[in-house]
Write a protein that binds this ligand. Structure first.
Ligand SMILES: [Ca+2]
Ligand SMILES: [Ca+2]
Ligand SMILES: [Ca+2]
Length: 268
């Protein structure tokens, strides 16, 4: 361990110990958590046009989304939706970027809307009621809207988040804001008689997020950035311990220590 840099880092600790403790809105806390654990619980599907079908969809395995700012609007709550992961029943291998928008934010609760469209014009295999069918997908649209509220900091009930969570997001806004729509030509034949529209509606889902990510110095994944994180980084100083490597550069060093110190005292 390099004592000089360690001592200067520790000296900074006193200056910075309180900077992380300021109050934030629930939207900031959602963004800060960096990830969203999401699980599709139930829904109905309906196909119309050249093909008529309808039915119910089973719950999916939990999915972990990482927040990014895809549209560069300063709000890093956008996610990439992988349709196959979301609804394995349909077997659609396609992703849709979902852009987040804050619909309502009163500080302690918020409503976030994610919307995305895609015009792939690609012939892909879709699983329709157990049969694999080639479909030329021309349009995809996804919408999700959720109500965000704080809960006590706890292990992710879905078991997907890399750290503990303190936000729960529940479906909000009904079918208008929670849907998945696919338009395409069956058998990849571009004719009016092969055109079909599919939609997923009556969706129910659950989601957990928030907490404090490792990138902020919460290396033990609990609900605060404190002595325990500092000690873990110091103990692994100079090693490549992934859990203590806040900036994922392959080494636990001054930069990671400073990250812990900068955010020291933050809790959820
Ligand atoms: Ca954005
Ligand atoms: Ca911690
Ligand atoms: Ca590092």
């Amino acid at each position: 361990m390099r004592n000089g840099s360690l001592m200067s880092a520790l000296a900074l600790c006193g200056l910075l110990a309180f900077t992380g403790a300021y109050a934030q809105s629930v939207v900031d806390e959602l963004e800060r958590g960096g990830f969203l654990a999401w699980r599709f619980l139930s829904g109905n599907y309906e196909v119309s046009g050249s093909l008529s079908a309808s039915g119910t969809l089973d719950a999916s395995d939990p999915v972990l989304f990482q927040f990014t700012d895809i549209n560069n609007d300063g709000l890093a709550l956008d996610v990439v939706l992988n349709l196959e992961e979301l609804i394995p029943d349909l077997g659609i291998q396609r992703t849709i970027p979902l852009i987040a928008q804050v619909v309502q934010d009163n500080g302690s609760t918020a409503i976030i809307r994610w919307t995305g469209t895609d015009t792939p014009n690609e012939c892909i295999t879709v699983n329709l009621q157990g049969s694999e069918v080639q479909v030329l997908i021309t349009e995809l649209e996804g919408r999700l809207q959720g109500f965000v509220e704080r809960i006590s900091c706890q292990d992710d009930p879905l078991g997907a988040m890399p750290h503990r969570v303190h936000l729960r997001i529940t479906e909000n806004g009904g079918d208008t804001n929670n849907l998945l729509r696919v338009r395409g030509y069956l058998f990849c034949i571009e004719q009016s008689y092969t055109l079909a529209n599919a939609r997923i509606f009556n969706m129910d889902w659950e989601s957990y997020a928030g907490g404090l990510p490792r990138s902020l110095g919460n290396v033990n994944g609990d609900c605060q950035i404190d002595d325990a994180d500092l000690l873990q980084v110091l103990f692994n100083f100079g090693s490549s311990d992934e859990a203590s490597d806040t900036n994922s550069d392959g080494t636990v060093d001054d930069a990671d220590l400073l990250t812990v110190l900068f955010n020291f005292g933050t809790s959820v």
